[in-house]
Design a protein around this ligand. Structure first.
Ligand SMILES: [Zn+2]
Ligand SMILES: [Zn+2]
Length: 223
């Protein structure tokens, strides 16, 4: 089967976001040059932390075992996310997933699960960007994926405290396929880590639904 992206590439070829040469959205030279492994830190407080483990302090509000990050949200990493979410170029999910793949540690009973995008955003873009990344990540790593969360759109209170934001987000998420969640290690997949409210709420909902362990992989963290 011809993949839609390779088809589009023939009609409207990309140029590399790094060097501008015609070809893939991120050529292998730029990918190697710009994306070195970043130092593992706790995403909550940014202190160095083995295997990106969430530290004991941060776990009080971010109940995940680890949140693995592939890049700082700047330069080409930011351009890739922008290209995917705001220019709606699905091909950007390719290099993003490829760069995230090395962060997936597979074990028995592990499932990838995308953070569901707000329905209004999906309608705007015509696709769910986190689902798109997850599908590709699953293909690269052979770890199966499932959409275990549904998202309702509620009115968001801007400027709320972190705790309030997490509570609001918790009401937006609903666990589906409970039978699939019980006893599993669920790895949440998202593009950018900003406040952590979304991941925190999603993890809480999954834990309540019986997940044995919840961790996450995100492509980039704001510096
Ligand atoms: Zn390049
Ligand atoms: Zn921390």
């Amino acid at each position: 089967m011809i993949h839609i992206d390779s088809l589009i590439e023939h009609i409207a070829p990309h140029s590399c976001l790094g060097c501008g040469r015609n070809g893939p959205l991120l050529c292998s030279t730029c990918s190697d040059e710009y994306f070195e492994q970043i130092q593992p830190r706790c995403v909550g407080c940014k202190r160095l932390s083995d295997h990106f483990k969430v530290c004991t302090n941060c776990r009080s509000w971010l109940p995940l075992q680890s949140v693995r990050v592939s890049a700082n949200y700047e330069g080409i990493a930011e351009a890739l996310v922008h290209s995917l979410k705001f220019d709606c170029r699905r091909a950007a999910a390719g290099p993003i997933a490829q760069l995230m793949a090395s962060q997936i540690v597979d074990s028995d009973g592990t499932l990838l699960c995308p953070i569901p995008t707000a329905p209004s955003r999906v309608r705007q873009r015509g696709f769910d960007h986190a689902l798109h990344i997850t599908k590709r990540l699953s293909r690269h790593t052979k770890v199966p994926y499932q959409q275990l969360l549904r998202r309702h759109t509620n009115v968001r209170q801007l400027g709320a405290s972190r705790l309030n934001r997490i509570r609001q987000m918790e009401r937006e998420f609903e666990a589906i396929k409970q039978g699939e969640i019980k006893g599993k290690h669920v790895i949440l997949v998202d593009d950018v880590f900003t406040t952590g409210a979304t991941l925190s709420a999603a993890a809480k909902v999954l834990r309540k639904a019986g997940a044995r362990r919840v961790s996450a992989v995100v492509f980039a963290q704001k510096v």
